[in-house]
Write a protein that binds this ligand. Structure first.
Ligand code: GDP
Ligand code: MG
Length: 457
């Protein structure tokens, strides 16, 4: 597009926060309004992500009297809410998520997973905006469908405004306790130092225009370098999924470059690198047809930034959260294989050399990394002897069981966001191996702490 002086790609946005704060609903709401206007507007629901073209963002935010031009072609919002997609969106240690939305329920304030998300974002140095959701639940709220938040506030009674102000102040104080300065976005004069809060309702849409515009404008302003499109493929595996009729597929986020049908690719596998070629590049049908089950659109090539489903042979053991490499003409496959396994290696290197420690199992490489990082931190310090990705199987219990004679308290599996097979559980009971399961890292630690204390007494 000639109007765009800089060649920027779409920013990639993740959505995080405590369970039930409205992450999914917020995405539905952003999408939903577009569906109505969208038939002509060309919204495409991508795999695991929703792509909003700039024109739609402008249409959606016109009440805010925004400039008539956006510099980015659109916004790619990753639909898989939660830690997982965030921790997976990385490539050799660097973060691919450009900006995040941290959702907080205005009626509840900060909750445990809010703080966990916050810490993840800070550790990765990721910019984020707080969506203070569910404003429509303030007692006496008058709905103003899809209105900018300040316009909606003008319609409210004094009581509602007072309660709103009280709750906002409370949340700002809670963030302060976490060492973070926050402020309502329209009062925030020092974005970057102070994080912005956008009050929203995912039910009636108030504040959604503000959120969209702020996301895009902030990304354009502060991330020009990061968002400048480059040809070299930068791509990361978000999820590994079995799809009827397609076998094991990978959903990838293409951050830079172009992928083509037939490209030779190298992906990190649990045991060894996977070398294969792209059979097809798929995206779902446009929104109006999405309910037609199992039909995908095929593409000869796809340009960044996009989210794509790739089908290819031999993807069964692909590891989510690792980089996908394309072998260009004249490029060395062996070199790419080595690079592909580096992510896995760096995680392996964190295992305790003494051979004593617990067994840790997580859903993806990204979440495993986050867990290992946590277990290593000074006030936790739980040694790790072995790691695994995916569901807990009998073999994992066997490995953990090796500690039974040496250090009984370490004959333990810490399972983060994964299932435990029935056989594994039975074997663990029989052998006396403890399994702790949780979706929140801190909960694993708490359970383990109580257990250790019990043993010591
Ligand atoms: P998630 O776990 O963060 O994805 O939360 P969901 O999107 O599943 O929402 C949890 C519950 O809160 C659902 O019952 C939603 O209908 C409700 N909810 C979400 N956003 C809002 C909101 O803005 N206002 C109100 N009143 N309810 C909401
Ligand atoms: Mg949800």
């Amino acid at each position: 597009n000639e109007e765009r002086e800089e060649n920027l790609r779409s920013p990639i946005c993740c959505i995080m926060g405590h369970v039930d704060t409205g992450k999914t609903k917020l995405l539905d709401c952003i999408r939903g309004t577009h569906v109505q206007e969208g038939e002509a507007g060309g919204i495409t629901q991508q795999i695991g992500a929703t792509y909003f073209p700039a024109e739609n963002i402008l249409e959606r935010t016109k009440e805010l009297k925004a400039d008539a031009k956006l510099k980015v072609p659109g916004l790619l919002v990753i639909d898989t809410p939660g830690h997982e997609s965030f921790t997976n969106l990385r490539s050799r240690g660097s973060n691919l998520c450009d900006i995040a939305i941290l959702v907080v329920d205005i009626m509840h304030g900060l909750e445990p997973q809010t703080i966990e998300s916050l810490n993840l974002l800070r550790r990765r140095n990721t910019e984020f905006i707080v969506a203070l959701n569910k404003v429509d639940r303030l007692f006496g709220w008058k709905k103003c469908k899809n209105a900018p938040i300040r316009k909606a506030m003008k319609q409210q009674s004094v009581d509602v405004v007072n309660e709103f102000n009280r709750r906002v102040t409370e949340v700002i104080t809670q963030f302060k306790e976490q060492g973070l300065n926050t402020e309502l976005y329209y009062k925030n004069r020092e974005m970057g130092e102070t994080f912005s809060i956008v009050p929203t309702s995912a039910i009636s849409g108030e504040g959604i225009p503000d959120l969209l515009l702020l996301l895009v404008k902030w990304a354009e302003k502060s991330m020009v370098e990061k968002l400048t499109y480059v040809d070299k493929v930068q791509c990361t595996v978000l999820e590994v999924k079995v799809i009827e009729g397609h076998g094991t597929t990978i959903d990838v986020v293409l951050v830079n470059g172009v992928l083509h049908e037939g490209d030779q690719i190298v992906v990190c596998g649990t045991q060894e690198p996977i070398v294969t070629s792209i059979r097809s590049l798929l995206t779902p049908q446009p929104l109006k047809e999405i309910r037609v089950k199992g039909t995908y659109m095929h593409h000869k090539e796809v340009k960044a930034a996009q989210c794509i489903k790739i089908t290819a042979q031999g993807l069964e053991h692909a590891v989510a959260g690792t980089a996908l490499h394309v072998i260009g003409p004249g490029e060395d496959v062996e070199e790419a294989k080595k690079t592909a396994m580096e992510d896995m290696k760096s995680v392996m290197s964190r295992i305790d050399k003494s051979g004593e420690g617990v067994y840790v199992q997580a859903s993806t490489l990204g979440s495993l990394e986050a867990l290992l990082e946590f277990l290593k931190s000074p006030d936790v310090q739980i040694p790790v002897r072995g790691i695994g990705i995916g569901p807990v199987h009998k073999k994992d219990i066997m490995k953990a069981g090796a500690m039974l004679e040496k250090r009984k308290e370490y004959a333990t599996v810490l399972a983060f966001d994964v299932k435990v097979t029935t056989e594994a559980r039975e074997l663990a009971d029989k052998m006396g191996v403890k399994i702790f399961c949780a979706d929140i890292i801190y909960h694993l630690f708490d359970q383990f702490k109580v257990y250790i204390k019990g043993i010591k007494e």
